[in-house]
Write a protein that binds this ligand. Structure first.
Ligand SMILES: CC(C)(COP(=O)(O)OP(=O)(O)OC[C@H]1O[C@@H](n2cnc3c(N)ncnc32)[C@H](O)[C@@H]1OP(=O)(O)O)[C@@H](O)C(=O)NCCC(=O)NCCS
Length: 184
């Protein structure tokens, strides 16, 4: 399998429709951990839905748009990342992430997101990368801070999830700032 070695056995690999059973099993096992924060955390344990979800990203990749990756340690799926938005013409992308509960606290996602931003902003030449999270998701907003992103604003009551409306924080980094940070 083609994959990016992030060190210490951690790899970032394209996640494709033929892996829908693996993704469905992962989401089923991590449902309680993922469902509070991710729109698909309570539904992708269903293999057909997982396949349709991955097919949308496969179609996105084919069109140079949104794409999705698995994070693995020694072959075991421990989480994933995606470009929920990937728009080369507009110079914009948005990164999303998740981990198994027992894979947290080791910097895996910070490392993966750094590789994704290097690729999007330095190699592909996009201008702006965003990170969206609810203010209550402290682990997620800490990653945005760790990546040197700036909190640009809060979209009030913009996300309907689990029977309530949540605010959405928009964090972002621009390519010149990412380039300067990468050079140090
Ligand atoms: C959001 C989520 C991915 C964050 O996981 P995480 O383990 O905190 O993130 P990282 O893998 O980047 O690890 C960072 C943690 O590892 C620690 N760490 C250890 N070694 C590290 C290293 N080399 N580099 C960076 N951090 C390191 C950090 O201090 C931090 O721990 P802390 O928060 O206690 O300070 C995880 O909580 C999750 O999956 N939540 C459910 C899904 C979700 O909310 N997704 C985001 C929706 S917006």
């Amino acid at each position: 399998m083609l994959s990016l070695d992030l060190g210490d056995g951690l790899t970032l690999t394209a996640l494709e429709p033929w892996q829908s059973a693996e993704l469905a099993a992962f989401v089923a096992a991590e449902r309680d951990h993922l469902a509070p924060w991710l729109p698909w955390g309570a539904s992708l344990h269903d293999e057909d839905r997982a396949r349709a979800f991955l097919q949308r990203y496969a179609d996105g990749t084919a069109a140079d748009g949104p794409r999705i990756y698995a994070l693995r340690v020694a072959g075991r799926m421990i989480g994933g990342t995606l470009f929920r938005v990937f728009d080369p013409a507009g110079g914009l992308c948005e990164v999303g992430v998740w981990l198994a509960a027992d894979a947290q606290g080791r910097g895996h996602v910070t490392r993966a997101a750094t590789a994704m931003l290097d690729w999007a902003l330095l190699e592909r030449g996009l201008h702006r990368a965003e990170w969206h999270c609810v203010p209550e998701n402290l682990a997620s907003r800490k990653i945005a801070e760790r990546l040197g992103m700036r909190l640009e604003g809060t979209l009030r009551e913009s996300w309907q999830h689990r029977d309530r409306l949540w605010d959405t924080e928009v964090w972002a980094v621009l390519a010149p700032d990412w380039r300067a940070r990468s050079a140090t």
